[in-house]
Design a protein around this ligand. Structure first.
Ligand SMILES: [Zn+2]
Length: 257
């Protein structure tokens, strides 16, 4: 069994066939998915998905891209959403200095507010960090963050080492399969297996061979295959360990033993 720990099935790309996509994922062994809210509306929709589908969990928060328009009142709305029992973390939150779609000051302010909310609610955090390693690590240290997962990990070895030292989990997407992703495969090699989770970030980042098409949670299987090749372990072992990691980190209540 596999778990897609980060996808966006609330996006309009899935409006026509959401139920089918989840069924196909389950048939491929991806029995559970964690849907990530990337905006206020996305968080509301994530919770709705978790209510509608037994095998979907929700994460609520605000992507750094949307920080500009996020108010303190919106944070209160997220706080009330987080009270639903299938909400398993706060995210995705963080900093994105690659695209800078919101001013960096807004990004930092909202990031700190959410880290404090997560601590208050005793929930882990799902972190998005792009071209913003130093500020991400500094703020997380200042806010004394203990339980975090770094989503869509790139190939930054300095970032990797610091995250591992702090006990943050590392989440890899299907971009591990890309021809030019040698640095990300090196990160897979270096990361201890008991700290790795698997995700698609669907609809984005389809695996090699499907690029330009919509990604979906069933492709976690392709990612697991690639991780198994890099680590030199069977896909069963990779599935077992990464599922266990996700289960413990998010405190998932699953039907399986
Ligand atoms: Zn995402």
């Amino acid at each position: 069994m596999l778990i897609d720990t980060h996808c966006h099935l609330d996006f309009p790309e899935f409006d026509a066939d959401r139920g089918e996509v989840l069924k196909r994922a389950a048939d491929a062994g991806v029995k559970y998915v964690i849907n990530i809210g990337s905006s206020l509306q996305g968080s509301i929709n994530s919770v709705k998905l978790a209510k509608d589908y037994p095998n979907v969990f929700a994460v609520v928060g605000c992507h750094p891209h949307d920080s500009r328009d996020f108010s303190e009142q919106d944070i209160e709305t997220v706080r009330s959403l987080a009270g639903f029992e299938k909400v398993v973390a706060i995210g995705e939150i963080g900093l994105d200095y690659y695209r800078n779609l919101s001013p960096q000051e807004d990004q930092k302010r909202i990031f700190v507010s959410f880290l404090r909310l997560a601590r208050e609610l005793n929930l882990p955090v799902v972190i998005h960090s792009r071209e913003a390693r130093d500020d991400t690590l500094r703020i997380m240290r200042e806010e004394n963050v203990k339980k975090a997962i770094i989503h869509c990990f790139g190939g930054d070895q300095i970032f990797l080492k610091e995250c591992i030292d702090r006990g943050y989990l590392i989440s890899f997407t299907c971009n591990v399969t890309y021809k030019k992703a040698g640095n990300i495969r090196d990160a897979v090699k270096a990361a201890p297996l008991e700290m790795i989770c698997l995700e698609t970030d669907a609809p984005y980042l389809s695996p090699e061979g499907y690029r330009g098409k919509r990604n979906d949670p069933s492709f976690v299987r392709i990612l697991a295959q690639e991780i198994s090749r890099i680590k030199g372990l069977s896909i069963e072992e990779i599935s077992r360990l990464t599922t266990q990691n996700a289960r413990e980190f998010f405190g998932l209540k699953l039907d399986e033993p």
